[in-house]
Design a protein around this ligand. Structure first.
Ligand code: HEM
Length: 427
């Protein structure tokens, strides 16, 4: 049952929403639907976040970066406990304003560097590398299927391709002896610590990994000899608005923004797209016949209907009103991007998967406005190459989790946490 909050400070759902539960992660659509129709700006006491669920309202927020700032985007959603904080303090863990958490005047210059590194031209030039990396990871999938009969794609190919691609594109691949599996483990730990609900012991473990990630980035930021054209070279040459060079912590912040955003989200998008494509044998066949165009259109639907960055935060710089709800200054908002993508006011047949729909790219899966994703073309390319190659190479692939896959239980990221696949002919 939906009720209106007696305080008048926004409507509330009569039933509590547990944003961290498996029930919500596996099927958030009924909750979004209830929110949109009865409490489109709803205060969630458990997280102290205002949940914004309508496409139209979210667009307004994203386009008004003076009223709705992003300074809170990289704070842990739930407070971290002392033991975890102490572990992080030991390495001086600190993420100063970079991109995701920067509403100040240094944002534009830093964003310019990233836009150049991931321009459409650079993505085109990177395609042969993306295809090579994808083919190599699919070789490993084939071998695993032959030996084991089944394989978890979420923790193998889907996870490894984006991190390898990202390290190559940033020019970090040859600079470090740390292997890709370790970097992926660190970035996973970081998002679980900051966007999950964890107990004290889990927090300690995750804080240790996040600190190792941070210490590794500090070492990279202090390297004196870096390849021309690499991200580190661009950051070393960059000057902040006051004319000063970037500090080590600022360089680390940009690198961590890019490694986490550029790897985790794309891995999750690949897993979700594959999961949905395998749910329908007709779609899997259509992908085999349809080539890269079909794969691209399918990925776009995944980004609309189930984007990996499922919700993102903002904070009000002053008192304001959103959809009739009064928000105080410093109100923290959670913009439910998945809800926007399945809003019937914005999309026809919103929960259906309809590749080539007219509204194609008009979703908020990559955000909008000042902070819109600069990695969108890269993510699309990786998704398209993966689905196209996988469908042609494994025509008999099928999902092997009898009850459907489990999903990550995180506030801002959503994807299958495991995606078991096998072949119908057993090969
Ligand atoms: C499927 C994959 C991806 C999804 C769903 C996604 C989603 C998003 C969204 C929704 C935003 C807007 C955040 C906001 O408004 O504050 C964003 C920003 C950003 N994304 Fe992506 N992203 C993806 C892939 C990538 C990749 C591959 C990169 C690496 C190049 C990247 C780097 C960034 C950065 C640096 C920002 C912050 C931009 C700024 O604040 O100016 N993302 N992303």
């Amino acid at each position: 049952m939906l009720t209106t909050d007696a305080t008048g400070a926004g409507a509330s759902t009569g039933r509590e929403i547990d944003l961290f539960s498996q029930e919500f992660a596996a099927d958030p659509f009924p909750v979004y639907s209830r929110l949109r129709s009865s409490a489109p700006v709803h205060y969630d006491p458990a997280t102290r976040l205002w949940l914004v669920s309508r496409d139209e309202d979210i667009r307004k927020v994203l386009l008004d970066s003076a009223t709705y700032r992003n300074d809170n985007a990289l704070r842990p959603v739930l407070p971290l406990r002392l033991p975890a904080l102490r572990i992080m303090e030991r390495v001086g863990f600190n993420i100063p304003p970079a991109l995701f958490n920067n509403s100040g005047d240094s944002h534009a210059g830093l964003r310019g560097i990233v836009l150049r590194m991931f321009s459409a031209q650079r993505v085109r030039e990177a395609l042969p590398m993306i295809e090579r990396v994808t083919a190599e990871e699919l070789d490993l999938l084939e071998a695993a299927l032959e030996v084991e009969g089944r394989c978890d794609v979420a923790s193998t190919a889907a996870r490894t391709i984006p991190i390898r691609v990202m390290l190559e594109m940033l020019g970090i691949a040859g600079l470090s002896e740390v292997d890709t599996a370790t970097v992926a483990e660190w970035t996973d730990a970081f998002i679980t610590l900051f966007w999950g609900r964890t107990d004290k012991d889990e927090q300690r473990l995750l804080a240790g990994r996040a600190s190792d990630f941070y210490a590794w980035l500090c070492d990279l930021a202090e390297l004196r000899e870096v390849p021309d054209g690499s991200l580190l070279a661009a950051l070393a040459a960059h000057r902040m608005p006051d004319g000063s060079p970037m500090t080590r912590d600022e360089i680390v912040a940009i690198c961590s923004n890019l490694l986490v955003a550029g790897h985790v989200t794309t891995s999750q998008m690949i897993s979700t797209a594959l999961c949905r494509a395998l749910e329908s044998p007709d779609e899997w066949q259509a992908l085999q016949a349809g080539g890269p165009e079909r794969a691209e259109a399918f990925v776009e639907e995944t980004l609309r209907r189930e984007p990996s960055l499922t919700a993102w935060r903002r904070i009000t710089s002053r008192e304001t009103t959103l959809n009739g709800v009064e928000l105080p200054a410093d109100a923290e908002l959670l913009l439910l991007l998945t809800s926007a993508g399945t809003d019937p006011e914005a999309f026809e047949d919103p929960e259906g998967i309809c590749p080539f729909r007219d509204s194609g790219r008009q979703h908020l899966g990559f955000g909008l406005g000042r902070h819109r994703c600069p990695g969108a073309e890269l993510a699309r390319a990786e998704g398209r190459v993966f689905l196209d190659m996988a469908a042609r190479r494994f025509p008999n692939l099928r999902a092997a989790d009898a009850d459907g896959p489990p999903f990550l239980e995180l506030v801002s990221f959503r994807a299958p946490s495991r995606l078991l696949v096998a072949q119908t002919d057993g090969k």
